[in-house]
Design a binder for this molecule. Structure first.
Ligand code: AHG
Ligand code: MN
Ligand code: MN
Length: 337
């Protein structure tokens, strides 16, 4: 039997460009560079204590969160990899207050890259899966300099989105609007290899992911939904549910991409002025698009996440995503208020 030919990420992207005309050359380059950066972050993550990358950096980001060393390392890796290639006009990151404009010494490209360089920071030091999330937008067409307003586009305008999960395997998951593909890092070859195409999330599930310790703070539609799940076979859902919470959005979403499920990080009463914990532009939007591209759904309880018009870079949002029928159920509970 002849061994099956391995399709590298490079080849996959070239074919998307050549055969399907789905991605322009500059976007292909951008995605290759992001993948290379993820590979380098993966190596740093794997070294752990041996690489001196664990622990806190004793600084805070714009969201008032204490930064871990790896938050900062991953941010720098992504910026250094992307700033000189000529494919970007600017970048934005969870770890930077303001946008990063590509320095004048480099050519400017037509894309904007947004990222959560290291998602799941609380899991770094305990050796649990973490990841990188990214979103790509087109620079609005005019010739003035890039500013924050250029980034404030709804998620439905993304031209590419993905994440890389650093777990037992390093897996890159990508969409350019033509379904979702998964690539596994082959460490011996040093390249990402296509391991799944046309990823589909089943419409129904019996598995939910939510931080239950916040239960007393939830709004009533979320309480009702989880309460009904907890009643299991004897309750209105007439089936038992399982619960998983990894506390890395990347890892929780990856499980849903692999076998279905629903993920919720809803608004809660702890900080009623904040719409939620997760950030719209570089956490919710890319994940929402990936999930929709795999046949799932993503809302904030009231509207489709991809339709939300952002008003600021680090805007937060309530997130409900995953298996379509469950997301629609929770969303309908919100309108019955
Ligand atoms: P980040 O590490 O980028 O700040 O994101 C952490 C997020 C997300 O990955 C996860 O779903 C959530 O925070 C976990 O929150 P809890 O600590 O409340 O469980
Ligand atoms: Mn995050
Ligand atoms: Mn982060």
């Amino acid at each position: 039997m002849t061994p099956q030919k391995k399709i590298s990420l490079t080849r996959y992207l070239v074919e998307q460009q050549r055969i399907d005309g789905l991605i322009p050359g500059q976007l292909r380059l951008l995605l290759e560079v992001v993948a290379r950066a993820c590979k380098s972050i993966s190596h740093a993550v794997n070294k752990g204590a041996l690489g001196g990358v664990l622990g806190t950096a004793h600084s805070e980001n714009v969201q008032g969160e204490v930064q871990k060393k790896l938050d900062i390392i991953a941010n720098e890796v992504l910026i250094e990899a992307n700033e000189w290639g000529g494919h970007l006009a600017g970048m934005a990151s969870e770890e930077m207050d303001a946008i990063y404009v590509v320095p004048n010494r480099y050519p400017k490209g037509e894309y904007l890259l947004l990222f959560d360089p290291l998602d799941g920071s609380s899991n770094i030091d305990v050796n649990v899966s973490i990841g990188t999330i990214f979103s790509v937008l087109h620079m609005p067409e005019d010739d003035r300099g890039v500013d924050e307003g250029d980034f404030l586009q709804p998620g439905k305008r993304q031209v590419a989105a993905g994440y890389c999960v650093y777990g037992p395997q390093t897996t890159l998951v990508l969409t350019v609007g033509d379904g979702v593909a998964m690539f596994t890092l082959d460490r011996e070859q040093g390249s990402f290899v296509l391991t799944q195409e046309n990823v589909r999330i089943p419409a129904d599930t019996q598995e939910f992911a939510i931080n239950m310790s916040n239960m007393r703070h939830w709004a009533s539609p979320v309480r009702r939904y989880i309460d009904e799940c907890l009643q299991g076979r004897d309750g209105p859902r007439e089936k038992d549910f399982n619960m998983r919470w990894i506390a890395s959005m990347v890892a929780d979403v990856h499980r849903i991409m692999t076998r279905g499920g629903i993920f919720l990080y809803p608004w809660d009463k702890r900080e009623p002025g904040k719409p939620g914990k997760l950030r719209l532009m570089y956490e919710a939007n890319p994940m929402a698009w990936l999930v929709e591209q795999a046949g799932g759904a993503a809302t904030n309880g009231k509207e489709r996440i991809l339709d939300i018009q952002p008003t600021k870079l680090h805007e937060r949002v309530s997130v409900i995503l995953g298996s379509k029928n469950e997301v629609e159920r929770v969303t309908s509970y919100h309108s019955e208020l």
